[in-house]
Every structure is written in C-alpha cells, then in structure tokens.
Write a protein that binds this ligand. Structure first.
Ligand code: ZN
Length: 396
C-alpha cells in the first residue's frame, strides 16, 4: 500500500475546537482514506511527502441543500424544459461547488432526476472534479404546490399517490427524499404560510424512505407547514424561517435537523437591486430579520443545525457555501459551531459520519488548505485560491 504523508500543517479536524500546530496526517493512496493523524515527529516511511508549509487544514464542506439543475442568474431558477441544457449546467455547478470547498452535497430537488444519472456517471469515472452526491431526484409536491413543474416535481395528491411516487423515485436511485410542506418564494402565487402536502401524505413518504434506510427532507418555510412536517417525522426541516419555540422543542425531542439556508434570502437584497422589483427586494429584506431571529433562537434552544445554501435560487450561486458560514457567525454562532453544521452535523444527518465530516483515521481525506485560521476568522474559508482535496487527490 502506498501512502502520502502531509506534514507541517495547522490542523482543525472538525471535531475539536482547536488548531493543532505542527500536525501531520497519512493518506492511503488507493483508498483516499486517512490512516494516521498526529503532531510532531511525522512518519518518514512514506513514498510521497507533501509539506503544507504551516498552512491551515480543515474538513471539506458538506452542503445539505443544493439544486444543481437551477440557474442562479435566471431570477426564477431557469428550469426550462431542455434536459440537455440543464445537464450541462448541472455539471458546471458541480465544478463550482467543489472549487469553493464543498466535497459532498445532498441534492434537494433536481429536474428530470438529472442528479441521479450524473451520480452514476461520476461513479463510473465519466465526469470528475465534482463533490460526492447524495441524490434526491425530483422532489414531491402537490398539484399547484411549490415547484409545480412536471419535469421538476412528482405531483401527488393523496397518500396512495405519494407511496407510488416515492417508491418509483427510490427504485430509480433517490437517496434522500424531498417533500414540499409549504409554499415559498419562487413559485408565483404560492406563499410561505401556505400549508401544502398533508401530514398523512408526508408520513407516507417518511415511512417509504425509512423502510429503504433513506432520509427525508421537508421544504417548510412558514406555519402551520413546519409543524406538519415535524409531525410527519421528517429528518430535516429545510429553511424553517418561522420556526417557533414549540416546534424547536419537538425537533429536539425527535432529533430533527434544521437547515437555515440564510444565504438564499440574504442574496436577494444583496445582489438583486436594479434587476428585481423594489417590493420584492423589500419583502426579502424584511423577512431576513425575522428568519435570523427565529432560527438563532431555535439553534440556541438546542436544535441541531446543518449547513445548506439552496444554491441555484436567485443570485445564490454555487460558490456561496463559505458565505453561509459567515452569516451564521454574524448572527451569533461561534466559528466552531458554524463549522460543525457543515462537518459533523451534516455527516450525521446524511448517515455518512463513519467516513466523512471530520479528519480522523479511518475517514476519507476530504480537506481544504487555507492561508489563515478559520476558527479565528470564518472568512478564511472564502479564500479564492484555496486548495481542495477529495479523497487525498488535489482537485483545485
Ligand atoms: Zn431548495
């Protein structure tokens, strides 16, 4: 077995709130896994030695909420009906994600089930320089609900229709089911406070996903839809902008994760001025103050938070994952707490924590190399020319 030893690093392993100086780690080249992590006295028996020259090493980011077939510059997701165009776009978006430091994603809704096919091609080695993908395929919505486009969502209107549709998705290769519990911002005539899929419909999806050992996420921005999704037993609430104390307590009891997607709302007033109507900008800016307060309250109460960006929504491109970390810190999380959302918490939600999320022996060598210390200043992760390693291979 050939190995590579990386020496002279300042290591943040994703697990402990500290940077180890003079750290080293050994990667088995065939598997891309870490075999040893230590400090001082690096082993000298490796064929290859990489001197990291005192730079900072941290785990690759896991982004739990992306839409790789969407176009952030289009204003409405750009989900036209040209499958070839969307496929080419999805590959570009995957490249941007990896270059920005994201080594694993959980998709949350892909037109034409494109993520499933791309993931097969990725595993066959036919596309590269992408993060690993936990696929969702098309999400599940109701007739007239959020994302109501035939090639984007499965439209279901009863528990029986849900059962059939989810089984069909799982057969095709869905690894994480996505259901729409409320309306949202991007579909005309549908609002955050609209409850959509019923508790019974979502419960059916939860049962089918869990029978297959898969996870399930619910798009839930307002009430009463957030409560409906929690009652149905989903594994994560996506957005959760108007989460209440009562809902937070139930989530803590059930172990339900919350993915705030701050950057999706932040990007609209930040970049939309001039190209979007003023009332729409104002609506997003007003909502932002509320959602920051509600989510930080739930977080402080003890809800487990995961990082997701909703990449693909207006002005929210595929390089923004490190900005989500910055927004979390701006709102009161410590850099360590923020980084746990994209390392341990994300890996645990996705059930991949034995091999991903932190830099420890036995896990994959998915890591970033930075010039400055992310535990001191979270903006360190935004470095444009950072090095990104996937399974021990430098990708960017
Ligand atoms: Zn989304």
């Amino acid at each position: 077995m050939s190995t590579t030893v990386y020496t002279n690093a300042k290591l943040f392993d994703g697990k402990n709130n500290t940077v180890t100086t003079d750290a080293w780690f050994v990667v088995e080249n065939e598997t891309g896994k870490l075999t040893e992590v230590g400090s001082n006295q690096a082993p000298t028996d490796s064929q290859q030695i990489v001197d990291l020259k005192g730079q900072y090493v941290m785990p690759g980011l896991i982004n739990c909420h992306t839409h790789i077939t969407m176009d952030p510059q289009s204003g409405d997701g750009g989900l036209g009906t040209d499958e070839i165009e969307l496929t080419v776009r999805a590959v570009d978006n995957l490249h941007d994600l990896l270059a920005s430091g994201v080594t694993y994603i959980r998709e949350c809704g892909s037109a034409f089930d494109i993520d499933i096919r791309l993931n097969e091609l990725r595993k066959e080695g036919k596309i590269d320089h992408t993060p690993e993908i936990m696929t969702s395929g098309r999400p599940y919505s109701m007739t007239g609900g959020h994302g109501d486009l035939g090639h984007f969502a499965h439209l279901v209107d009863s528990p029986d229709e849900m059962r059939k549709a989810v089984r069909t998705g799982l057969k095709k290769g869905t690894q994480s089911v996505k259901v729409m519990a409320t309306g949202g911002v991007m579909t005309p005539g549908d609002f955050m406070t609209d409850p959509q899929l019923s508790v019974e419909e979502m419960q059916t999806a939860v049962i089918e996903a869990h029978h297959k050992g898969r996870i399930i996420a619910a798009h839930a921005e307002g009430n009463p839809g957030i409560m409906n999704a929690i009652k149905a037993g989903v594994d994560s609430i996506e957005h959760g902008f108007y989460v209440t104390d009562e809902e937070a307590d139930l989530m803590i009891e059930q172990g339900t994760y919350l993915t705030p997607t701050f950057v999706a709302d932040w990007a609209i007033p930040e970049y939309g001025r001039g190209s979007m109507p003023d009332w729409e900008i104002k609506k997003a800016a007003d909502a932002l103050d509320d959602l920051y307060a509600n989510i930080m309250q739930a977080w402080k109460r003890g809800v487990k938070v995961t990082l997701g960006t909703d990449a693909g929504t207006p002005f929210n491109d595929f390089t923004m994952t490190p900005v989500e970390l910055e927004l979390m810190v701006q709102q009161g999380a410590t850099p360590f707490e923020a980084m746990q959302t994209s390392s341990q918490n994300a890996a645990t939600l996705m059930g991949i924590q034995d091999e991903y999320g932190t830099l420890e022996a036995g896990k994959f060598a998915d890591f970033l190399v930075l010039d400055s210390n992310p535990l001191e200043d979270i903006k360190a992760v935004q470095q444009k020319d950072k090095a990104v390693y996937k399974k021990g291979v430098r990708m960017y």
